[in-house]
Design a protein around this ligand. Structure first.
Ligand SMILES: C[S@@+](CC[C@H](N)C(=O)[O-])C[C@H]1O[C@@H](n2cnc3c(N)ncnc32)[C@H](O)[C@@H]1O
Length: 468
């Protein structure tokens, strides 16, 4: 901890406002590697801010993380000694204040600057407050300069304009070309839609839509998944009766497509290798009309309870939560004993940047390489468990060929007893075709990009075991 932070602890006003709460949350995300959504949720619960202030704090946390590279590019012009040499809390205060000046209009400019200066004075000393004042006033005076660079290499230009690390943009350009890469970057900066998966065992999509409308929420069909709805202006959906009563779940649209593509049938023996918190396990069980067994395994014992709670909420008795390393599932399940195995693998999460913007700054190429090795081990462990004629479905919420297409190609080279299976349910294929999300020569694996449905960037591969 730096001296400035010590001082800030002594002087902080007892009631933290929206900006102070946002600053503290950003500090914990940066320093402790905390997840922004969890950290913010915890802070908001403790603070008891008014609804508008809670909304402002939320916007400040996500927006500042999202636009970090763009903000730093601009701030670099006004901070004489260089941003890197500032104490973390000062750098974050400048970022969040500039974010507010450029991207938000609820608070007048003079008030944003005054509040930033007051906060700097409470936490630091007069010199820091003066510097914050000077930087923000310069930025306001030279507002016309706060634009993205026009020239330069595409990766560098997009990285600054959309605020991403250059290595990531370069990768997406290499894989998809500059235009698609820009669309991925832009989609990652848009808020994710509030999507709902209707529990079709407890009612129809139309009935849920009606119920939501009666409580003031408009919801439209999600398009790709027959059970999916997108709600507008919904606030915290987990607070609604329909959620508590298990009439629906909160799930990303891309995530919903995994169980749809897996196409489980009633009475099957199914294993979900990495299951917590149970989103896909419960979806599989719903599609099986709760007949058969869905073994929902996860490495972490404390997550078993999360899976059980979801199954209970949805009225599902076929989900059996178990705990263990997916690399050692051969010790629990006999070879060839399962009709369907889902490996929704731990991954770099580059497809969920619109939910967790810090992923932009916390992940590195080395993480991608390391996770690809883990996924390879988990795939090899899952493969023998599937019966001949059965299915292995592999999915991730990332956009990285090493973890996705190349991972599956390497798996097929090691396992000639498997083949990709493009015979996904026809309604799903039709919806993907309509959205132009299906490659011309669809072989059985799909990289869903976040700009298609506003979903997470998801990868799904469906494989069939042909022989022993
Ligand atoms: C992508 S999340 C799964 C999300 C889940 N399928 C859902 O839809 O709700 C990956 C999960 O893998 C678990 N995990 C990580 N390493 C594992 C391992 N070696 N064995 C089993 N589970 C693991 C994590 O605890 C995490 O819950």
């Amino acid at each position: 901890m730096t001296r400035g932070d010590d001082r800030s602890k002594r002087r902080r006003a007892p009631a933290a406002g929206a900006r102070e709460l946002a600053l503290d949350t950003l500090l914990r995300v940066e320093r402790e590697g905390a997840y922004s959504n969890l950290e913010l949720g915890r802070a908001l619960q403790q603070a008891g801010l008014s609804r508008p202030d809670a909304a402002l704090a939320t916007e400040l946390v996500y927006g500042t993380l999202q636009r970090q590279a763009t903000l730093d590019y601009w701030l670099g012009r006004f901070v004489a000694k260089g941003l890197d040499r500032l104490e973390p809390w000062v750098r974050l205060l400048l970022r969040l204040s500039l974010y507010q000046l450029v991207y938000l209009d609820r608070v007048p400019d003079f008030a944003v600057v005054n509040e930033a200066v007051a906060l700097a004075r409470r936490r630091g000393h007069a010199g820091i407050a003066g510097m914050v004042n000077g930087v923000l006033r310069s930025a306001l005076r030279r507002r016309g300069e706060l634009v993205a660079p026009k020239g330069g290499a595409p990766a560098q230009r997009l990285a600054i304009a959309h605020s991403y690390p250059e290595w990531l943009v370069r990768r997406w350009i290499d894989t998809y070309g500059a235009e698609e890469a820009e669309a991925i970057c832009a989609a990652g900066n848009r808020p994710p839609p509030s999507s709902i998966r209707v529990n079709l065992r407890r009612g129809t999509v139309e009935a849920v839509q009606r119920g939501l409308r009666e409580s003031g929420i408009e919801a439209a069909p999600a398009g790709a998944s027959p059970a999916g709805l997108i709600a507008r202006g919904a606030g915290n959906l987990a607070d609604r009766d329909g959620y508590r009563e298990g009439r629906w779940s909160i799930q990303d649209i891309g995530s919903m497509l995994v169980a749809e593509a897996a196409e489980p049938q009633p009475d099957m023996e199914v294993l979900d290798c990495c299951a917590a918190p149970g989103g896909k396990s419960t979806h599989l069980a719903e599609l099986m009309d709760d007949r058969g067994t869905v073994w929902a395994n996860d490495l972490h014992p404390h997550k078993q309870r999360l899976i059980e709670q979801q199954a209970q909420r949805l009225g599902l008795t076929s989900v059996r939560a178990v705990c263990g390393d997916a690399a050692a599932l051969g010790e629990r399940f006999a070879p060839g004993s399962l009709d369907l195995v889902l490996l929704d693998a731990p991954c770099s999460g580059l497809g969920v940047i619109h939910r967790k913007p810090e992923v932009k700054w916390t992940k590195s190429p080395a993480d991608v390489a390391e996770l690809a090795k883990l996924q390879e081990r988990l795939l090899d462990a899952a493969a023998p468990l599937v019966r001949v004629g059965g299915r292995l479905v592999y999915s991730t919420c990332t956009i990285a060929p090493e973890e996705n297409e190349r991972q599956v190609e390497a798996f097929l080279a090691r396992h000639p007893d498997y083949a990709l299976d493009p015979q996904w349910p026809e309604p799903l294929l039709a919806a993907l075709r309509r959205a132009q999300a299906l490659p011309e020569r669809f072989a059985g694996m799909l990289q869903l990009l976040p700009q298609t449905f506003g979903s997470d960037g998801f990868f799904i591969a469906r494989l069939t075991r042909k022989s022993r």
